[in-house]
Design a protein around this ligand. Structure first.
Ligand SMILES: Nc1ncnc2c1ncn2[C@@H]1O[C@H](COP(=O)(O)OP(=O)(O)OP(=O)(O)O)[C@@H](O)[C@H]1O
Ligand SMILES: [Mg+2]
Length: 319
């Protein structure tokens, strides 16, 4: 699947282990969609603020600041989404206020299992559904920066659970509509993000199993923070094991440090190769590699660089 085909979807949901780069990949995809002229809505869920921080940093990059006008940010909170939904279906204000203020309602929201997750997915559905409506202020694509693995799967599982738990009625019908969107491979794709290290790869393979069980299709597997060997290992080894001797001249210390870092990079590149091999063997989805970018502060320009790599990795079809 080319990047343009992926971005032709109305809804992309980024899933992956904590810290692998879900937020980074979500925003790199957002920049690419914006570069293609799309209006983009990026969403993060329940109390997470990583996307908001990174989104604000887009203003400081040369290319990203140019594209920022097409990208908007939304934090979705289950309780607020429920209240918004009730406002839509119960037009009587006084009655609503009474419901919201009641202890029973507060208890229900706090205790009903999965309710907040269900409402959150419902709100995402609402935004993604608008994106197909062609309305002037509607986004063309919605990108959700999902929480870490288990929690993301919990969100994605909720419509199916509600659909089964309520065999008839409003919740059943709403859940069916949400499921219809999530399971439509033309409208929705999951973007799985991993790093090429053993534990994240183990978890990524579990994610694929979980998504398959939910009938959800993976658009792309993005392997982030891939290290590149600066040169073959053999010449580095020829330099001997005596780097870092005390009392070296400053030039030697610098040289030693460079050799040490080169060996470290070669080591990581080797690990990354092995783990990418594991992923390629087990996973059929298209795979894109993003390099580890060395920088003091990761910002909009780095995200734009990663967007360019995604373009190259996933083929250049489209605009
Ligand atoms: N390709 C990369 N090269 C260098 N640094 C990166 C790269 N991708 C992500 N990072 C950095 O790694 C850190 C984690 O990335 P990010 O916040 O995108 O991960 P996450 O999966 O969203 O994490 P969390 O689970 O905390 O939400 C950030 O500081 C980010 O700037
Ligand atoms: Mg994040």
């Amino acid at each position: 699947m080319s990047l343009s085909t992926l971005l032709a979807r109305r809804l992309l949901f980024t899933v992956g282990k904590g810290g692998v780069g879900r937020t980074t990949v979500t925003l790199a995809l957002a920049l690419e969609a914006a570069r293609q002229g799309k209006r983009v809505l990026v969403i993060e869920l329940e109390g997470a603020r990583g996307l908001e921080r990174a989104y604000r940093a887009l203003a400081h990059g040369r290319e990203s600041s140019r594209l920022l006008g097409r990208i908007s940010y939304l934090a979705v909170d289950g309780k607020a989404a429920l209240e918004e939904y009730l406002v839509m279906i119960i037009p009587v204000r006084r009655l609503l206020q009474t419901i919201f203020d009641s202890a029973v309602y507060q208890y229900f929201v706090a205790a009903a299992p999965g309710l907040k997750e269900l409402m959150t997915v419902g709100k995402i559905w609402f935004e993604a559904d608008r994106s197909g409506s062609g309305a002037e202020d509607a986004p063309d694509i919605v990108l959700v920066d999902g929480p870490a693995t288990g929690h993301s799967l919990q969100y994605l599982r909720m419509p199916q659970a509600a659909f089964e738990a309520f065999p008839v009625g409003l919740v059943h019908r709403e859940a069916e509509r949400v499921l219809g969107l999530l399971r439509d491979p033309v409208a929705t794709a999951i973007v799985v993000v991993s790093t090429a290290e053993e534990m994240p790869v183990n978890e990524t393979l579990e994610i694929f199993g979980g998504l398959e069980g939910l009938g959800l299709s993976v658009g792309t597997l993005v392997v982030n923070q891939v290290h590149d060997a600066p040169c073959a290992r053999a010449p580095l080894d020829l330099l001997g094991g005596d780097v870092g001797r005390a009392g070296d001249a400053p030039d030697d210390i610098l040289f030693d440090e460079a050799v040490r870092r080169a060996r470290e990079e070669a080591g990581w590149a080797g690990i990354n190769d092995v783990q990418i091999g594991r992923l390629q063997e087990a996973v059929r989805a298209p795979l894109a590699r993003l390099p580890y970018l060395f920088c003091e502060e990761f910002g909009g320009d780095h995200l734009a660089t990663l967007a360019g790599v995604l373009r190259a990795e996933l083929g250049r079809e489209g605009p």
